[in-house]
Design a protein. Structure first.
Lengths: 318, 404, 299
């Protein structure tokens, strides 16, 4: 009963939010995007123990694919957008499957660095490719309809993506799949020795992550209104790192952690931007250092250590 | 946990309700400028240009709109040189801070991201720092640019190269061009202009490299340049590109008779690399020796003197064009006699004025058709205008000789 | 393909590219040496490596402006950065030494943003250069040019590499550092003050970066945002070379310099960076398959 009330309340507030704060709709839309980014990162980084810096690739691929469909398919705005997002997601999944074959075999920091290289290389390639506007970027079609309608539409669109991602991951984590991922995280060799097809699980997890990232990318491209290869699509040094930080801040390897981390991080960041003109990035750097050094387990990890019984864990004698 | 999050969101809403109340008798302009990130040099120039204009206008009693005097004020945000941020900030300025008039950001990429938003909200957007041509083919009605479009930055050197070829008894067709342009919307447009101009003369483009924005070394490109021995080397890569090409052509002894770049004056090549920069050509939007004047600052030279004194560095054209944006607004407010965005837009569209920056008159696409670019040459550690002829302070020195 | 043809037509071109590659590689090698040391001894991947290089560049720039001869500028920049590195260790880095490697990556990433933005706030974003005044060595009537500062950089890299090896092999502190890197706990048991060893190691790394930054400022330009490419290159070099092998670091740095220069020449500058990063991924994947063939798992 109690969790139901909580979920219902959260849903109601999320749906009402744009009516309550119409001026903040696009920031709030980004909030949901952040939630999706953190959740999908945690699927690999938290649950499976594969710290990826390259998930931004799927975000960018989705964004470009969606914009290309919108540009070339000759559809009306909404069919174009939705088909574009679907294509973006599909291509992102295909890319994940393809890249996963080579890269998911790497372990530990080699994986982290390879994915970092992947993210940067993708941005560089996109900015050399004339078909997608090279360094000049792409401009998705203008949203039809009244002033303010665009922001509201994208708010609900981003919310919808987040609202689908969350229960899907929740369902996955509760079943065999989640256990398999955790087994890989805890000891991959043993998991493999126990007969688990670790490669298959890893690839599937990356594909799921890519699916939602691709969807989110398509939406963000249109929400931003301008696709720059390095700063918007393959923005490794902003979104790419933020998704990791948000998951860590909230507590990686937990379901709610990334959501919590994303909300707190995004709000803090927006406040910095408003009130610390010119110094906001200094503050952001400081914030990152503080988060990582003092909360390496994240807020939920810390709370779990402090009140284990509230998280349904048996308290064992130390 | 869900309940906690809900509480977070509500707290956020409440805190956001405390938006600054608007002051009376003040017209608020909004601007996103790059205070950090790769454009932060030019972002600062832009901000200083806006600030000096506002200061001067307020000093003269503000603008007179419908019999009442208003002071000007600018709300700034830092866009961190990224288009994603720029788009968000434009929206924030308009829908949260209630800004009705927008001054442009620095760079074409950012303006590309912001223009659809000002268009949507029907907010007049006057900018002096985004020169990509594509901005003026979209049918935007609220975007106005006081500067020449990017494709004009390096057309003059091509024309001059043709002239020099003729003077030395060669066919302009035989002129060989090497170019390296940064991979961003602005430089790609500069490139378009060069390609068009070269085609006119039938010149051959031998090297056409695109520089990545994080470039720290041009050795690979310049080795190629050295091998093909072009007659003209063109570079556009903001301050980094200008500095590197000056420095490395000398170091690697790349003997090209004519070298031209953008952004030399904001890179301060004549000041910092006086020896090496000798003879390099620079495309510029403005020069302090131009004979334009206006009622706020007087002549271009007087403006530059005031700017130098106030900010402690030589006035770059990026500041002058930014100042001009504010002047356009001031002029339009007074002529419209109203602060209604629609009326102000119409007044801007019918602007016909001279500022210390340039004559300003917009065509239907919003670009300034009354203005010309100037081309500098660095001579004895100073920028001297060599083209167009009517402004030329001195004759072009050709070929560029590398210092020993 | 035009470019490839050019390469074969002018026989001196590949020589010039090769030379430049070798000399550029030497500057990369310095930052990579530091990274290899910190990674090997402390188990930290320092993402702020490039920012230390950047700060070294600024140190050299300000010393140059103050009229210090560039030959002194390099060691002075190294000295300043040594102090900074020590201070950074005492305030921040010591907290992540015993943590997961990934935590150190993120913490130093935050540090890199911090240093970058502070540099932007205090020094401004202007692109600056320091002049070495060494000029250029012109060979074969201008067909080959070598800027002398690059030769100095190469010499500095070799000297630093040798000095580092000697220091680690012979000095007392060097022995303590090696002992700590082999087994920190055992070293502690044997009476090595590992905390001091770590502080020294990080400070030495910063000093090496400072020297390389000074050379960067004298060869190219310095601005607050130049760090990332140096960090990434250091990563690549260290990964290819493996930890703890000084000569391998030098060799792979030079190889990277050459590869990058040729890639820029043949594919054009726009694909230079893409090529380098794709190469990184390629090397990692190839390495994995090679190790799998040998039935060795990766760490």
């Amino acid at each position: 009963m109690k969790p139901l009330l909580g979920y219902g309340g959260l849903l109601a507030i999320s749906l009402l939010l744009p009516l309550l704060a119409p001026a903040y709709q696009s920031q709030l839309a980004f909030l949901w995007v952040m939630v999706v980014l953190a959740l999908t990162w945690d699927l690999l980084g938290g649950q499976m123990g594969y710290n990826s810096f390259g998930n931004i690739v799927f975000f960018g691929v989705g964004m470009y694919a969606c914009a290309i469909v919108q540009r070339d398919a000759g559809l009306a705005y909404f069919p174009g957008l939705f088909i574009g997002m679907a294509c973006g997601a599909a291509i992102a999944v295909a890319a994940a499957a393809l890249l996963g074959a080579g890269i998911l075999g790497l372990r530990g920091h080699y994986f982290a660095i390879a994915t970092l290289g992947l993210g940067v290389a993708a941005g560089e390639l996109a900015s050399g490719w004339e078909f997608v506007g090279a360094g000049g970027g792409m401009v998705p079609p203008l949203f039809p309809g009244a002033v303010g309608g665009r922001e509201r539409f994208f708010y609900y669109l981003c919310f919808a993506i987040a609202a689908i991602t969350f229960p899907v991951l929740r369902w996955l984590y509760r079943g065999r799949f989640g256990l398999a991922l955790n087994a890989i995280r805890d000891d991959e060799d043993k998991a493999e020795a126990m007969g688990l097809h670790t490669t298959r699980y890893k690839a599937t997890a990356w594909c799921i992550s890519a699916l939602f990232l691709g969807l989110a990318g398509g939406a963000v491209g249109n929400l931003t209104g301008f696709i720059d290869p390095r700063e918007v699509a393959f923005a490794g040094s902003t979104y790419g790192v933020w998704m990791v930080l948000m998951a860590i801040l909230g507590g990686k390897g937990t379901l709610w952690g990334p959501v919590l981390g994303a909300v707190i991080f995004h709000l803090t960041k927006e406040l910095f931007w408003t009130y610390l003109l010119g110094w906001q990035r200094v503050a952001l750097g400081l914030l990152i250092v503080v988060i990582v050094i003092f909360f390496p387990l994240g807020i939920l990890g810390w709370a779990r250590q402090k009140w284990p019984e509230r998280f349904g864990q048996r308290v064992e004698a130390a | 946990m869900p309940r906690f999050l809900a509480a977070c969101l509500i707290a956020f809403l409440l805190s956001s309700a405390a938006i600054a109340a608007k002051e009376e008798d003040t017209v608020v302009l909004g601007a996103a400028v790059s205070l950090t990130g790769k454009y932060s040099v030019n972002g600062k120039n832009t901000k200083d240009g806006y600030d000096i204009a506002v200061e001067r206008i307020n000093e003269m009693g503000g603008v007179k709109v419908g019999g009442k005097r208003f002071k000007l004020k600018i709300v700034y945000y830092d866009d961190e040189s990224t288009p994603a941020r720029g788009a968000q900030l434009a929206e924030r300025l308009i829908s949260q801070d209630g800004v009705k008039f927008l001054l442009g950001a620095y760079s074409s990429g950012l303006t590309k991201a912001m223009a659809p938003i000002t268009e949507k909200y029907k907010v007049p957007h006057v900018e002096g720092n985004a020169a990509a041509r594509e901005l003026f083919t979209q049918g935007y009605k609220y975007l106005f640019a006081v500067l020449s479009t990017a494709d004009y930055y390096l057309r003059d050197p091509v024309v001059l190269a043709a002239k020099m070829a003729k003077e030395h008894g060669r066919d302009p067709k035989s002129v060989k061009i090497a170019m390296a342009f940064e991979n961003d919307p602005f430089s790609l447009d500069v490139r378009e202009g060069v390609v068009e101009e070269a085609k006119k003369y039938g010149m051959k483009i031998l090297i056409d490299d695109k520089l990545p924005p994080e470039i720290n070394d041009m050795a690979a490109t310049l080795t190629k340049v050295k091998a093909v021995k072009p007659d003209l080397l063109l570079v556009s890569g903001h301050e980094k590109g200008a500095t590197l090409v000056v420095r490395q052509t000398v170091e690697m002894r790349v003997e090209v008779p004519m070298v031209a770049s953008t952004h030399c004056d904001s890179a301060k090549i004549a000041e910092n690399l006086a020896h090496a920069a000798e003879g390099v050509l620079c495309g510029s939007q403005w020069d302090r020796h131009l004979a334009y004047r206006d009622r706020w600052f007087g002549t271009a030279e007087q403006y530059a003197e005031r700017f130098d004194k106030e900010f402690g560095y030589p006035t770059p054209y990026q500041a002058a064009e930014s100042t001009a944006c504010v002047l356009v607004f001031a002029d339009a407010f007074e002529r419209a006699g109203s602060l209604d965005p629609e009326k102000v837009r119409d007044a801007i569209a019918s602007t016909d004025m001279t500022t210390m920056f340039a004559p300003i008159k917009f065509d239907s696409t919003g670009k300034n058709v009354a203005k010309q670019m100037v081309l500098y040459q660095v001579l004895n550690g100073a920028y001297k205008v060599v083209s167009p002829e009517k402004w030329a302070e001195t004759k072009l020195v050709w070929p560029r000789k590398l210092p020993q | 393909m035009e470019n490839l043809r050019l390469l074969f037509e002018a026989p001196l071109l590949p020589v010039q590219l090769l030379l430049d590659g070798v000399l550029i590689g030497a500057i990369f090698a310095l930052a990579a040496l530091g990274m290899s040391l910190v990674w090997g001894v402390m188990g930290i991947i320092n993402v702020a490596q490039g920012e230390l290089v950047m700060l070294g560049g600024y140190a050299a720039y300000f010393l140059y402006r103050a009229g210090v001869h560039p030959l002194f500028g390099v060691p002075l920049a190294a000295l300043l950065l040594y102090l900074l590195g020590w201070a950074l260790y005492r305030t921040l880095i010591f907290r992540v030494v015993d943590q997961d490697l990934f935590i150190s990556i993120l913490a130093t990433f935050g540090l890199s943003i911090l240093l970058q933005q502070l540099a932007n706030a205090f020094f401004g974003a202007d692109v600056r250069t320091a002049e070495s005044g060494f000029g250029t060595l012109v060979l074969l009537g201008g067909a080959l040019t070598i800027s002398r500062i690059k030769l100095v950089a190469f010499a500095a890299a070799v000297v630093t590499g040798t000095a580092l090896v000697l220091f680690l092999k012979t000095s007392r502190m060097g022995q303590a550092i090696r002992a700590t890197s082999q087994n920190a706990r055992a070293a502690r048991v044997m009476g090595v003050d590992t905390d001091r060893v770590y502080a020294r190691t990080f400070a030495i790394n910063a000093a090496i970066c400072g020297a390389s930054g000074a050379l960067v400022a004298m060869t190219w330009v310095v601005h607050p945002y130049l760090g990332l490419p140096y960090t990434i290159r250091s990563f690549m070099i260290v990964i290819i070379a493996g930890l703890g092998a000084v000569h391998a670091v030098l060799a792979s740095a030079v190889a990277l310099g050459i590869a990058e220069n040729f890639a820029g020449f043949i594919f054009g500058a726009e694909y230079q960076a893409a090529f380098v990063f794709a190469l990184l991924v390629g090397i990692l994947v190839a390495r994995r398959f090679w190790l799998a063939r040998q039935r060795r798992y990766l760490a």
